[in-house]
Design a protein around this ligand. Structure first.
Ligand code: AMP
Ligand code: MG
Length: 422
């Protein structure tokens, strides 16, 4: 059995090798279509920002004498106006002249200071300073925010809504992003029935396929759902062959423990390499990953999930999702957000494996106006308990050697990616 950290390392290695073999999965996409996708190239500024010296305020752009700015009582002759989209066109100002100017408008040549309108007394043809303004004030300098040819976004970066004002303001219509990752997935288990089918004795409704699709739909992934496969080596091999021909990653559910009908591991072993199959994590010890070789498109990664609904969910979100994001961004393994929170009640458990207990994270007023994060444990932690999972918004990570944690202690929580704190 390997530790969770070792499993993470091995998966990282496996994915790094795979990425080195298949490096060119890039496609051009209209900026408007690119939200939620990962850049495969740095984005270089097409324009300096601002493109010229512009005013930061509504007021008067003055050409001062001898670098003194606008001094109290000084009078400037008003000779024109500069507004957004209509710069002043009368050429350089002479010392002692000024133009009316508005926020964002181009500062005329040789004007050196913008005096805000509240600080002047305006007459029809002149402006008198009521208060001094330092030389150079209230001007946003050309290229001050973004220099020519500077890198404004980097390869591997996820395109999020807050990046759109930047990219759009550069006149960028198209970006290069990673092509969608193709993930084929299937479930094994003769007891599994689809919703709508009647349940015989011992049957259960299949839930991991829907769960895998629900987690992965937040990412640029083409999901290929291959349904439920019979618990026989022939059926599983046929499914693995089909899955690996059409995907970059194959995800399976169930059939990876040591029962008589758990054939997934031996099938992957026969068709490629099982890198590891037991990880000291709870829930989810029977975890099996590696690669399948000889598919139409070469090598396909294989990530096996345990069958229990909660184990399957936790292994997917805590162990595989960070490397799936690595496959997408090409740069780094990206776990769920990890936070420190105060545990609400005492916690006891058996040591031995890194445990991910389902928890509910909340934010309260805290002390001295500093909000504090608190987390409570969702009752029983058995690996089939879907009710606790449904009510949780994070997992509480308990190190392998820890048995008791007192209420009030700090614990690390791993936040579900879709959680907004309530
Ligand atoms: P297995 O890993 O195949 O031994 O399955 C472990 C437990 O999880 C068994 O009780 C299965 O019935 C259950 N299980 C397996 N696959 C699924 C699935 N796709 N949906 C819901 N439960 C499952
Ligand atoms: Mg099974």
């Amino acid at each position: 059995m390997i530790s969770f950290a070792q499993a993470q390392d091995k998966l990282h290695q496996l994915c790094r090798t795979w990425l080195a073999t298949y490096p060119d999965a890039s496609e051009p996409l209209a900026l408007s279509e690119s939200l939620g996708r990962y850049l495969t190239q740095d984005v270089i500024a097409a324009l300096e920002l601002p493109r010229s010296d512009v005013s930061a305020m509504d007021g008067y752009a003055v050409c001062s004498q001898d670098g003194e700015g606008g001094l109290t009582s000084q009078v400037f002759t008003l000779i024109g106006e500069s507004r957004a989209g209509k710069p002043y066109s009368g050429g350089p100002l002479a010392p002692g002249e000024c133009v009316r100017i508005f926020t964002g408008a181009v500062v005329p040549e040789s004007a050196d200071t913008v005096v805000i309108q509240e600080n002047v007394e305006r007459n029809s043809a002149s402006v008198r300073m009521l208060q001094s303004t330092p030389f150079g004030a209230n001007i946003r300098r050309r290229g001050e925010e973004i220099g020519a040819e500077s890198v404004i976004a980097t390869a591997g970066q996820l395109i999020t809504p807050n990046m759109i004002p930047l990219l759009a303001s550069q006149g960028i219509a198209e970006v290069k992003v990673r092509a969608k990752l193709r993930v084929a997935f299937f479930a094994t288990g003769d007891e599994l029935k689809a919703a709508g089918e009647s349940l015989g004795e011992g049957d259960i409704y299949e839930s991991n396929l829907a769960s895998i699709a629900a987690v992965l739909r937040y990412y640029p992934i083409d999901l290929i759902n291959l349904g439920v496969v019979e618990d026989t080596p022939e059926a599983i091999k046929a499914c693995l062959a089909e899955a690996s021909n059409n995907s970059d990653v194959v995800v399976s559910s169930g059939g990876v423990s040591v029962g008589d009908y758990d054939y997934v591991r031996q099938c992957v072993d026969a068709m490629g390499v099982v890198s590891d199959y037991k990880v000291a994590m709870k829930p989810g010890k029977p975890v099996c990953f590696g690669h399948i070789d000889g598919a139409k498109n070469g090598q396909t990664l294989f990530f096996g999930l345990p069958g229990n609904a909660v184990s399957s969910f936790v292994v997917l979100t805590e162990l595989y999702l960070p490397v799936l994001k690595y496959l997408l961004n090409g740069q780094r393994v990206t776990p769920n957000t990890q936070l420190e929170a105060i545990l609400e009640t005492d916690l006891s458990r058996r040591s031995g494996r890194l445990e991910f207990q389902r928890g509910l994270l909340s934010q309260d007023e805290g002390t001295a106006g500093r909000p504090s994060l608190r987390v409570s444990v969702m009752g029983s932690q058995d690996s089939h308990r879907v009710l606790g999972l449904a009510r949780a918004n994070c997992t509480i990570k308990i190190a392998a050697d820890v048995e008791h944690i007192r209420a009030g202690s700090k614990v690390t929580v791993s936040v579900f990616p879709w959680t907004d704190l309530q």
